[in-house]
Design a protein around this ligand. Sequence first.
Ligand SMILES: [Zn+2]
Length: 357
Amino acid sequence: MEEMRAVSVTPGVSGSARLTVHPRPVPAAGEALVRVLATGVCGTDREILAGHTGTAPTGAERLIIGHECLGEVVTGDAEGTFPPGTLVAPMVRRPDGCPACRAGRWDLCQWGNYTERGIRGAHGFMAEWYTESPDYLVPLPPELRAAGMLVEPAAVVAKALSEVTQVRSRIPWPATRALVLGGGSIGLLATLLLRHQGLEVHTLDLAAADSLKARLVEASGARYVAGRGVPVNEVAEQAGNLDIVVEATGAPGMAFAAMEATGIGGVAVLLGVPGAAAPREVDAAWLTRRLVEHNAAVVGSINAARLHFDAALTGLLAVQRRWPGVLERMITGRYPLAQFEDAIRGGSDTVKSVVEP
Ligand SMILES: [Zn+2]
């Protein structure tokens, strides 16, 4: 049996990540065999490594992590939809048969029995190879060879922006101004996609005004706010009426800052998932009054279905053509598989670290 190397954890056990050897996967009937080119690291991976989340596949003790992946088909699928050499990004969630899942909207799963590759009950992509049904592969054009692992986080953002558009369709003027909280990969992708839609965008992060994050935000014509010690409501007041506020920090309390910042007819979309934290006080009366008086809406959003991957692909290609190099510059570190710990650790100006087998 041929072998491959992968990064795996014992779910629930902090510090259990190791480079491990597994059988090289053999494609089942109809599946494609994919060689991994690069796998991105994100906050969910760090939560899994800390033992806070993650489930191994049934019958397995360890879980291969990684869910933001760029790969190249080596053995095509049976129907020939993905011939050898095709660049692909895999989707993350696998449906469970509930009505939403059956309708192709597994991002809105009702039963909660879905699996997620690299996260929940299914092996991920921080490995040398994987196999997959063409139902869960997205073909990428060669232009995305350097940054194709951003398709998955971009799909999460594309879904969020689609939800915002739907919620906002009740408001009789177009959205013109947005605030993005967080300059990580989700915040930056939201900044770029909103700028591409023509909005004035203000993006706030803790990184300094001369940081890479600031330069990437400004490259798209958005305004960067070095937010250390700067209250979000001050930024919001200076900006003017905010039609869209994207919460992409996951820091406890920032969801409330996002709600407070929404303007008249505004939508706050919450993407960050805070870990456990001490309870904090909120001025409930003031916040409620503000949301009611502003006709504001709050939307939570997670995961993405195929239509969002398709939208992400269109959006990323447009961003790439409009601001050449900006997506590649988001990849701040490329590490071989054996140095996965360096990739996961990251630094203060890390946007996206990737592991390249
Ligand atoms: Zn479902």
